[in-house]
Design a protein around this ligand. Structure first.
Ligand SMILES: [Zn+2]
Length: 329
């Protein structure tokens, strides 16, 4: 995996070509202007990555992952078949980061304590469902499928939480982000099914005016769907519900907080925001001796957010050494 220590601090320029971002490598490929294609024509054969101006993608998704034991891969392969996240191999994949963090928390028995820190309540038997895939069913996680059906979701555009965590009394939906919530993109689907579906569930869990404010923007809309579908699943299984946006500490918290303020919360139904840096701090202070913890912390410290418009490599997270933003050479 190529983190900031292995990458050139500035995007190398060479006319119309793009040079491999790995330090010491001069391999150049044609520049990709629009869609990023991870095909051999755009790949560095030495480092096995496809290259674009601001980012890169690994040849294989497993090259972007920390935990690739047999059982983990079974979840990965199955989930990709079911949910099919083609961006998994991309350096900027939010789901790859979510996997690397939450899979470690799960197998290290650190997930329960983290959820207890988040909720202030005892958490019993947390179990993760990644990208809505159930290995037992070899298909969609059944309660999720039922909630999707209740809202009449289109097969081609289903709500697919990156990480669902089922506990005895609590259901958690994790919405991972590497850049914060960025409103501004129009919604191309008809969202009325979410407003009317599941016997008008939206009116139970949305504040007045929420629909009008949130449903027309893609960033808000995706979060809105997670809130509706997740809270319905929790209600049906008589669990409390927590929706957590996990964002970088440097990102603007306002859009996520604005959305959360329009979700109708209660003692047992809450939307909130956490940061990757807080999770790293939790691992460092409470679980640093667990197997894999140094690898996870090093990964988060080293994680790149690609090259900015100014050509400077940025860190994904505000973790030592140095603040977020430009990476020192
Ligand atoms: Zn290279």
């Amino acid at each position: 995996m190529y983190g900031v220590s292995l990458l050139k601090p500035r995007a190398p320029k060479r006319g119309p070509e793009v040079v491999c971002p790995v330090r010491g490598c001069d391999h150049a490929v044609p520049a990709q202007e629009a869609l990023f294609r991870a095909t051999p024509e755009y790949a560095c054969p030495v480092h096995k990555i496809a290259i674009a101006r601001s980012t890169f993608a690994y040849e294989r998704a497993v090259d972007n992952l920390l935990w690739t034991d047999e059982e983990s891969l079974r979840l990965l392969v199955g989930g990709r078949r079911a949910g099919n996240d083609a961006r998994f191999k991309h350096d900027g994949s939010e789901r790859a980061v979510a996997w690397n963090v939450f899979r470690w928390l799960e197998i290290s028995s650190a997930l329960g304590p983290l959820l207890e820190a988040w909720t202030g309540h005892d958490v019993v038997a947390p179990r993760c469902v990644y990208w809505g895939y159930s290995p037992q069913r070899e298909g969609a996680h059944l309660p999720l499928l039922q909630a999707r059906t209740a809202f009449g979701e289109d097969e081609a555009d289903v709500t697919e939480p990156a990480v669902l965590i089922e506990c005895e009394d609590l259901l958690v939906v994790v919405d991972p982000s590497l850049q914060g919530l960025l409103p501004g993109a129009a919604v191309s689907v008809d969202g009325s099914r979410y407003r009317q579906g599941a016997k008008g569930w939206a009116s139970e869990v949305l504040a007045t005016g929420a629909w009008e404010e949130l449903s027309g923007d893609r960033g808000f809309f995706d979060l809105l769907r997670l809130w509706l579908v997740g809270s319905l699943m929790a209600e049906r299984s008589q669990r409390a519900f927590l929706l957590v946006r996990v964002e970088p500490a440097w990102s603007n918290p306002s859009p996520s907080e604005r959305a959360a303020s329009l979700f109708r919360s209660s003692a047992t139904r809450v939307a909130g925001r956490a940061t990757w840096e807080e999770i790293a701090g939790f691992v460092r202070s409470e679980h640093h001796a667990a197997p894999g913890a140094p690898a996870l912390l090093s990964y988060l410290r080293e994680k790149s957010a690609g090259y900015g418009a100014d050509g400077v490599l940025r860190r994904a997270f505000a973790l030592e050494p140095g603040p977020a933003g430009a990476v020192r050479a």
